[in-house]
Design a protein around this ligand. Structure first.
Ligand code: NAI
Ligand code: MG
Length: 356
C-alpha cells in the first residue's frame, strides 16, 4: 500500500465546498485502485480562525504542515476581512516559507466547455503557465511613510534575484521539454522595466543553452494578452514573473471557459517541503453556500498533486473521468450547465469507479 499524508486547508467561501468534493473524488480513487491510501488531516485555518484568534493560522502553522506529503488548499478571502490580511496571513506565508517557487498553471479547453473565443475548441488551446512564486513584484518589499498625511508615500519594490530567475526559468525549460511541442514562451517587459526584466531576458538566454531541443521565444507581457487571445495555438509553455503570470493565468482561465476549472500547483521542485495544490479561483462570495461551485478546478489540482506524488496512473484516471463528465454535459452554471457541485462530483466518482 502506498500511503500519503495530505493536509487539507479548505479555508474560506467556496473553498470548503470544493475541497470536500475533491476529497470524495480522491477517496473514490483509493477504492478503485486498492493499493493507495490518502490520510487527510483538515486544518480550520482561514478567516473564521482569524476572527476568533486574530491570526489566519497559528504561529507554528508551517511547522505543523512540514511533515505532510502535500497540501490541498481551498481559497482565502472574506467580505469582512481585508484581502491583504487573508492573503499575507495564510497562502503567501506557506508559498514563501516552503519555497514553493514554481507555480504551475495548466489550461486547456475541456470537452463540453466552450471558450469565449470564437472558433477555438479543445486542442486549439493547451498551455501551461509557470509563474515565479517567491519574489518579483510580490516580494513584499516596501513601506508607507507619512501615513495618512497629504505627503504620504508608498513603495512596492520588486525584487528579482539571479538565483530566483534562474531556477524558475530552468524549471520552465524542463517542463517545456517534457511536453510534446517542446516550446517555451518567456513573457517579459524589458522595454519599460530596464533593470530586472533585462536581467530576466539575459538569464533566459543563458538557461536556454542547457535545452537545445526546446525552441523558445520572448513576448512583452502586454503583447502576450493579444497573442493569447488572437493566436492561442502559437503558445505551449509560458513563463512569467509573479505579477505578470498572476494576470495572464486569470486570462487563460477565462479563455478556457471559467475560472472554476483552472487549477494550480505551488511546487518546491527540490522537494524539501510539501508542495501546495489549489484551484486558481478565490472564495467566490457571490455563490458561497449555494452548492453550485464548479469543483473541476479542485479535481484538476488533485490531478497535479497526484502527478507530483508520482501517482501518474491515478492522476490520469481522474483527468479522464473529469473529461468524460464535462464531455457528457454534466456542468455547473459558470460553464453554462444546470448541474450543481454534488451532481458533477457524483458523476466524476461514477466515472472513476467504471474506469478500466
Ligand atoms: P473569485 O475567483 O472568488 O470569483 C470571481 C468570479 O468567478 C465570481 O463571479 C465567482 O462566482 C466565479 N467563480 C470563481 N470560482 C468559481 C467556481 N469554482 N465555480 C463557479 N464560479 C466560480 O475572485 P474575486 O471575486 O476577485 O475574489 C473573492 C475573494 O477571493 C477575495 O477576497 C479575494 O482576495 C479572494 N481570492 C483568493 C484567492 C486564493 O485564495 N488563491 C485567489 C483569488 C481571489
Ligand atoms: Mg490571481
Amino acid at each position: 500500500m502506498r500511503e500519503y499524508s495530505i493536509a487539507a486547508i479548505p479555508a474560506d467561501g467556496i473553498g470548503p465546498e470544493v475541497i470536500a468534493a475533491g476529497i470524495r473524488v480522491l477517496e473514490a480513487l483509493e477504492t478503485r485502485l486498492g493499493d493507495v491510501k490518502f490520510n487527510f488531516k483538515s486544518f480550520d485555518w482561514g478567516s473564521n480562525y482569524y476572527k476568533k484568534h486574530g491570526v489566519m493560522m497559528p504561529a507554528d502553522g508551517l511547522k505543523q504542515l512540514k511533515p505532510f506529503d502535500a497540501i490541498y488548499f481551498g481559497a482565502v478571502g472574506a467580505p469582512d476581512v481585508p484581502d491583504h490580511i487573508t492573503l499575507w496571513g495564510l497562502r503567501l506565508p506557506i508559498c514563501q516559507g516552503f519555497d514553493q517557487y514554481a507555480n504551475v498553471r495548466p489550461t486547456k479547453i475541456l470537452p463540453g466547455i466552450k471558450s469565449p473565443l470564437r472558433d477555438v475548441g479543445p486542442g486549439d488551446l493547451d498551455w501551461v503557465i509557470v509563474r515565479e512564486n517567491s519574489e518579483g513584484e510580490y516580494a513584499g518589499n516596501g513601506g508607507r511613510v507619512h501615513r495618512g498625511l497629504p505627503e504620504e508615500v508608498a513603495t512596492e519594490t520588486s525584487v528579482f534575484t539571479r538565483v530566483g530567475c534562474e531556477r524558475v526559468l530552468r524549471f520552465a525549460f524542463r517542463l517545456a521539454q517534457s511536453r510534446p511541442r517542446k516550446h517555451l514562451t518567456v513573457s517579459t517587459k524589458s522595454n519599460a522595466q530596464r533593470h530586472a526584466m533585462v536581467m530576466w531576458d539575459e538569464i533566459a538566454e543563458q538557461v536556454s543553452k542547457e535545452f537545445p531541443d526546446v525552441t523558445w521565444d520572448k513576448t512583452l507581457v502586454d503583447a502576450m494578452t493579444v497573442r493569447m487571445t488572437l493566436n492561442p495555438k502559437s503558445l505551449d509553455t509560458i513563463v512569467a514573473s509573479n505579477l505578470q503570470a498572476d494576470i495572464l493565468s486569470d486570462l487563460a482561465g477565462a479563455l478556457a471557459g471559467s475560472l472554476g476549472v483552472a487549477p494550480t500547483a505551488n511546487i518546491d521542485p527540490e522537494r524539501r517541503y510539501p508542495s501546495m495544490f489549489e484551484p486558481i479561483h478565490g472564495s467566490a462570495f457571490d455563490i458561497t453556500g449555494k452548492g453550485i461551485a464548479n469543483p473541476v478546478a479542485s479535481f484538476w489540482t488533485a490531478v497535479q498533486m497526484l502527478d507530483h506524488l508520482g501517482e501518474q496512473d491515478g492522476a490520469a484516471r481522474i483527468m479522464r473521468a473529469v473529461e468524460k463528465v464535462t464531455g457528457a454535459g454534466v456542468l455547473t452554471p459558470d460553464v453554462g450547465g444546470k448541474n450543481n457541485t454534488k451532481d458533477v462530483t457524483d458523476a466524476v466518482i461514477d466515472a472513476i469507479h467504471s474506469s478500466n
